[in-house]
Design a protein around this ligand. Structure first.
Ligand SMILES: COc1cccc(COC(=O)c2cn[nH]c2)c1
Length: 246
């Protein structure tokens, strides 16, 4: 997968050189290219923003530098990418969206700052390629860079060979299957007793069927406590099927 990121703070993406994503880049599984938006300005101050038409607080990112930057990035003959713009006013970014994006050969991320990017940029490129305005949550960041780090990690870890243990992707919270739409329950490792606290006996029993059922019950308990709205999506016979499955 090729990933292009356009930003006025490309240094935000140093974390993409480390850990799983860094190794995937070394192996060539991921080809991440960073671009400084200001390289496509032509004034002495390398201006990328201006006051909003219609008044209001803050500044808006000018369309010209974005147009020149995206034209340059898209000039590559490697097919047609999806253009992803992180914004508080976008569609929710979920594990399902991450799974879908992990199937794409090429993603281009546009990092907005200030009050956002002139809307004509998304309109212009929306006529040529899929443009996804995506929110990672209901809060406002100073810019899209951190949101892109979140999405690149969520998508990158789904790529073949990036995660050591393929199983853990299937076991993810929100992954499809028996644990779909459930939060993961508690996890434990050695020592069996730590500061007088024991690991739940069932996990040491070796009864895989009972362990699976215990994990599902704990997942239901935690989901009900932290995200009750997710349980609304579960129809009752799915729950029963879960019982039969196990
Ligand atoms: C493109 O326009 C803007 C405007 C304002 C901030 C940002 C940065 O993104 C976020 O704040 C965000 C993304 N998901 N949840 C919050 C982008």
């Amino acid at each position: 997968m090729r990933i292009d990121i356009v930003s006025i703070f490309p240094e935000y993406f140093a974390p993409l050189d480390v850990s799983l994503i860094g190794k995937a880049r070394e192996r060539g599984t991921l080809d991440v290219r960073l671009h400084q938006l200001r390289d496509w300005t032509h004034d002495i101050h390398r201006t990328v923003d201006d006051t909003p038409y219609g008044g209001g607080p803050g500044m808006v990112m000018k369309p010209d530098p974005w147009g020149e930057a995206l034209d340059s990035v898209l000039a590559s003959d490697e097919g047609t990418p999806r253009l992803i713009v992180p914004t508080p006013s976008g569609r929710p970014f979920t594990q399902e969206v991450a799974l879908r994006l992990s199937e794409e050969p090429w993603l281009v991320f546009a990092c907005g700052r200030y009050e956002g990017i002139d809307s004509r940029v998304m309109a212009e490129y929306g006529e040529r390629l899929p443009v996804d305005e995506v929110s990672i949550g209901d809060y406002v960041l100073a810019g899209g860079e951190v949101a892109v780090l979140v999405m690149v990690e969520a998508v990158g870890r789904l790529l073949p060979g990036v995660l050591g243990n393929v199983r853990s992707v299937a076991d993810d919270s929100f992954a499809p299957g028996a644990m779909a739409n459930l939060l993961e329950g508690p996890v434990y490792t050695k020592p069996p007793v730590w500061r007088g606290r024991e690991v739940p006996e069932i996990l040491l029993s070796g009864h895989h069927g009972r362990i699976a059922r215990w994990r599902r019950d704990e997942a239901l308990r935690r989901t009900s406590a932290n995200r009750p709205e997710l349980l609304a999506d579960l129809d009752p016979d799915t729950l029963d099927k879960r019982d039969r499955e196990v």
